[in-house]
Design a protein around this ligand. Structure first.
Ligand code: UDX
Length: 437
């Protein structure tokens, strides 16, 4: 099948590359010329394990091309819209990129084109896109919703072996084409769910809000464990062995970040309000997360007092999670800003996220933040170490090296990376999230 993908963010670039990998002819379109030039050279503009290899192989095989224009739309059976839908100030999703893309695509399609909305869009958007397309073409077209559930850091694996594929449609012809497209990815028997456009749009938000809720729930319980002296790891194991609860997304930490959960939680709350509903559970999920991002900073202030002048903290990790260079809504941003506002300085090491972090944290903070290119050098002259991202290389460190570098032997472990007894045996003062210490 000939496919055009509009937008080369995580979802667009990974989808396009993976479709090429399974044999389709794909053109990925982006308005950013420097990004397109980079991708044409086989270099991914984002850090995603395995993506560079796939890019290179499929460009070489001439199955994958990149463009800043829409020439490929005319010959494409499916056109995927994977542009960003960022949060507006009020929490609503900004659909201007999507609507513009729909208009531009409509002017270039051939008869029977399938326009697939891959971006996460508020419930009801499909109808609006249909109107825009109809206004801008006299060709016959189909509109499909196909939300994407891939996770950064394991995006290729998630795309190639999805737990399920969700297709929202209201005509069987488009549904059949989508089924054919995804069939090779669900060979292990995972389902393709066909449903209405509205249900598909809702499914994506409900999934992300539910997962965010699991995280806020466990963070809330972890805080209570801190107060009462129970241990969250023991409690987590105790509850997650019940298959109705499950073991995923129950790891306490510095709060969820990234490009999806914070934005989608806000957007669903906004949609509900627009229609006279209050999503009380989801609103609480967001409240708990906002507090959680500063929970470790609060512990730091309890330890040192609220004036942190003269203190320097070493952050291990600033990406919103491991295996990505993405720092969007990373708890590290809020923690660093909070500590610096209280007078402290921050040194940090992150295997991939450094440059993005400096941009995201804001120029005002630059004079108080220093990036260091090695995790142990990062500790030198610091008063304490703070683990913020769970990169694998952080999980079994050389504690004698840590104690040799730090001014004082204090660790604030916002990811619960270390074994409590080991850290205590090494003579550190240890703070974590909900662990009995
Ligand atoms: C998420 C969804 O998982 C994915 O299905 C959707 O398509 C996009 O949004 P992503 O943002 O890449 O994916 O990251 P994810 O692995 O889901 O983690 C999100 C956040 O939750 C991270 O900040 C992570 O550190 C945090 N998290 C996750 C926890 O704090 N505890 C957990 O147990 C799991």
């Amino acid at each position: 099948m000939k496919i055009t993908v509009i937008g080369t963010g995580y979802v667009g670039l990974v989808s396009g590359t993976c479709f090429a990998e399974i044999g389709h002819t794909v053109t990925c379109v982006d308005i950013d010329e420097s990004k397109v030039a980079m991708m044409r050279r086989g270099e991914s503009p984002i850090f995603e394990p395995g993506l560079n290899d796939l890019l290179e192989r499929n460009i070489k095989a001439e199955r994958l091309t990149f463009s800043t224009g829409l020439e490929s739309v005319k010959d494409s059976k499916s056109i995927f819209l994977a542009v960003g839908t960022p949060s507006g100030d009020d929490g609503s999703a900004n659909l201007s990129y999507l609507f513009q893309a729909a208009e531009d695509v409509a002017k270039n399609i051939s008869d029977d084109a399938i326009i697939v909305i891959k971006s996460t869009v508020p419930i009801g958007t499909c109808e609006k896109v249909k109107e825009i397309v109809a206004k801008n073409t006299n060709k016959k077209f189909h509109i499909v919703n196909n939300p994407e559930f891939l996770k950064e850091g394991s995006a290729i694996e998630d795309f190639m072996r999805p737990d399920r594929v969700v297709i929202g449609h209201n005509d069987p012809e488009a549904a059949n084409a989508m089924e054919e497209l995804y069939e090779p990815l669900v060979k292990q028997g995972n389902p393709i769910y066909m449903m209405s456009n509205l249900s598909a749009e809702m499914t994506k938000y409900a999934a992300n809000c539910f997962l965010a809720t699991k995280i806020s729930f466990i963070n809330d319980i972890a805080r209570l464990c801190d107060t009462l002296g129970a241990d969250i790891n023991e409690v987590r194991q105790g509850i997650s062995s019940d298959r109705r609860i499950g073991s995923h997304f129950l790891y306490p930490g510095p709060g969820y970040g990234g490009s999806c959960f914070p934005k989608d939680v806000k957007a669903l709350i906004y949609t509900a309000k627009e229609h006279g509903h209050t999503l009380r559970v989801v609103e609480s999920t967001e409240d708990v997360n906002d507090e959680q991002k500063l929970y470790m900073a609060t512990k730091i202030k309890k330890h040192y007092g609220s004036n942190l002048s003269g203190k320097t903290f070493a952050f291990w990790g600033v990406a919103f999670k491991a295996n990505t260079d993405d720092v969007r809504e990373s708890p590290a941003i809020y923690m660093a800003q909070d500590l610096i506002d209280a007078g402290a300085k921050v040194r940090f090491f992150d295997p991939e996220g450094g440059p993005n972090f400096m941009k995201a944290v804001g120029e005002k903070y630059h004079k108080s933040i220093e990036e260091v290119s090695n995790k142990y050098d990062c500790l030198s002259g610091c008063d304490a170490m703070v683990t913020v991202t769970e990169w694998r290389e952080f999980s079994t460190p050389d504690f004698s090296e840590i104690s040799a570098r730090l001014n004082e032997k204090v660790i604030f472990d916002a990811r619960n990376l270390f074994k409590t007894q080991k850290v205590l045996d090494e003579g550190f003062t240890y703070y974590a999230i909900g662990k009995k210490i």
